[in-house]
Design a protein around this ligand. Structure first.
Ligand SMILES: C[S@@+](CC[C@H](N)C(=O)[O-])C[C@H]1O[C@@H](n2cnc3c(N)ncnc32)[C@H](O)[C@@H]1O
Length: 340
């Protein structure tokens, strides 16, 4: 499936708009190839229909993921055809993509792509709701199949105190789903102004004008408050595809540890990392803090170094699984970590 699909007569207009907005940094063809080779996504409301694309994505991903950062020299270096997946780690890619999606929205009212598909988005929203209700009721989240949790009377009363931040919100549709589930204090940030523009327009159109949207780079966030629930669907994946991915990922974890309030949750949905890999990344983060602790430190540093940010809490168990190389896995992982 192409990243952006337009009837022929519309594509010319859209390409002109995209070129103006993105300064021709990324061509439409390159962008479509990059998107196709990277991720599981669908137009809003449509079903996933291309298993081969998923297999291709897994293959492209592993070559993109395991490319050493020293293979690239700088942020400005043009990726070659082989390294096309890494374009998704650049802001220019997203600015270009959202310029196009905004044009599609204005001309046709389209909401744009739902990364990983509408089914995954629904699962993420309802599963997160159950998790938050469990915690609000003082229960350790049950580790049973996610869709079997009992309906809770007056669930909104449990959800109203959850302040929610969606990092790399894109078109903001996940926040709309969370609003439908009963969350009310909702903020979305993205470093692409076009994404925020699109998300705000969609929220206004769909009756969710209470959702706040801000332009913010999560790696250098200007947000000064903390949130009880921080959502990430596909953003760490994109950040990890930057040529300096390993470094950016460390910046990511440092930043989200500041954004999630103590006792709050970080819920990451990824097609680029397994649950175990995400858990390992949290262990690495904790280890880095312990290592700092072992250095001679000032009293302020000492306080910070004792803070082991996250521990694993739960993960979605209902995504379809498949066998590959003798191991069982799913194409998408959603994992919740609790902030200590
Ligand atoms: C794969 S898309 C996912 C969008 C949205 N979360 C969704 O599920 O539809 C990744 C998003 O992360 C955003 N992004 C990437 N790096 C970012 C950063 N450092 N700060 C904020 N947003 C970022 C991109 O602009 C893009 O909207």
């Amino acid at each position: 499936m192409a990243g952006i699909r337009l009837p022929p007569e519309e594509s010319e207009v859209s390409q002109q708009q995209q070129s103006r907005a993105a300064g021709d940094l990324v061509s439409d063809d390159e962008r479509s190839v990059a998107a196709d080779s990277w991720s599981i996504k669908s137009d809003y409301g449509s079903t996933l229909d291309d298993d081969q694309r998923h297999a291709d994505a897994a293959e492209a991903l592993s070559s993109a993921n395991f490319r050493a950062s020293s293979d690239y020299n700088s942020d400005k270096e043009e990726p070659d055809a082989e390294g096309v997946s890494s374009m998704l780690g650049h802001q220019s890619y997203w600015d270009s993509a959202y310029a196009d999606e905004l044009a599609n929205f204005r001309e046709h009212g389209h909401a744009g792509e739902v990364w990983f598909g509408a089914d995954v988005m629904d699962v993420v929203a309802s599963w997160t709701k159950s998790l938050c209700i469990d915690i609000s009721q003082g229960h350790f989240p049950n580790h049973v199949d996610d869709n079997k949790s009992e309906p809770v009377e007056d669930s909104n009363k449990y959800l109203s105190h959850w302040t929610v931040l969606d990092i790399g919100t894109g078109n903001g549709l996940l926040l709309q789903e969370l609003a439908k589930q009963g969350f009310s204090d909702l903020t979305g940030v993205d470093y692409s102004e076009g994404a925020i523009n699109l998300a705000q327009n969609l929220a206004n159109r769909d009756g969710f004008s209470n959702i706040k949207f801000l332009v913010d780079d999560v790696l250098e966030t200007k947000l000064e408050r903390q949130f009880q629930l921080v959502m990430d669907k596909g953003t760490l994946d994109a950040i990890g595809l930057h040529p300096d991915g390993p470094l950016k990922r460390i910046m990511y974890w440092n930043s989200v540890s500041k954004l999630v309030a103590p006792g709050g949750l970080l819920v990451i949905t990824s097609c680029n990392n397994t649950k175990d890999e995400l858990m390992q990344e949290v262990l690495n983060l904790n280890q880095r803090r312990i290592d700092v602790h072992q250095e001679p430190v000032t009293s302020k540093d000492h306080e910070e170094s004792r803070d082991l940010p996250f521990r694993y809490l739960n993960h979605v168990r209902t995504y379809p699984t498949f066998m590959f190389g003798g191991a069982e896995g799913s194409r998408v992982a959603t994992v919740a970590f609790i902030r200590n």
